[in-house]
Design a protein around this ligand. Sequence first.
Ligand code: DX5
Ligand code: ZN
Length: 215
Amino acid sequence: MAVKVAPSILSADFARLGEEVRAIDAAGADYIHIDVMDGHFVPNITIGPAVVKALRLHTTKIFDVHLMIDPVDPYIEAFAAAGADIITVHAEVGGHLDRTLQLIRSLGKKAGISLNPATPESVLDYILDRLDLILVMSVNPGFGGQAFIPSQLEKIRRIRAKIGSRPIELEVDGGVTPAVALECVEAGADVLVAGNAVFSGGSGQYAANIRALRA
Ligand code: DX5
Ligand code: ZN
C-alpha cells in the first residue's frame, strides 16, 4: 500500500490556519497532523482543543493529534470532543499508559503511542493490542525543522517486526524529508509526518512537496 503523508501544521502559518489546512487537504494530505505542546513535557507551547475544534470545520480528513503534554489524561476527552480521530500520547508521560489507551478507545477514537528517540521499543510489549498507531519520534520533540536522527531507522525496523499482522500503523515524525522518506518506508513506516518538507515554498508547492515525499 502507498505510504501516507501527514503534514504537521506546526510549520503552517498560524495566522491563517484554516486556509492552510484546506490547502494541504487539497494538496493530497492523508492525515492532518496536529502537534500539541504544553511547555512542560516539551520546551514549547502550541495549540489546544479550541483550535482543533475550529479547524474541524475546514476539512473532513483524519485529525492525527500528537499530544506532547504531561499530564495527558485530564485533556483526552476535550481533544476527542474537539474532533480528533487519532489521539497519540507519549510513552514517557507519568501515569498509567494502559489505562490511558483504554480511555482513548472508550471515547471511540484510535489510540496511538509515541516514543522519544531515547525510549526503547520494549515499552510496547504489553500494550500492543491496545494500539492503532505507533509514532516513532525521529527528533527530540518540541520544534519543527530539526535534523532526522538516523538511529531511529533501526527502531522502526524492530517495531515493524513486533507489530506482525496486527492492524497498527507505524508513523515516523521529525526531520522527514524526501531524502530520508524512502529509508523510513523501507524500514517499515506506513505514515510520514512532515512539517517543513510540506510547508516550504508557499501553498502553490504543497502538492509537489507531498508528491516528493511519496516518490
Ligand atoms: C516535533 C513535532 C513534529 C515536527 C515535524 O515535536 O512532533 O511533528 O513539527 O516537523 P518537521 O518535519 O519540520 O521536523
Ligand atoms: Zn508530531
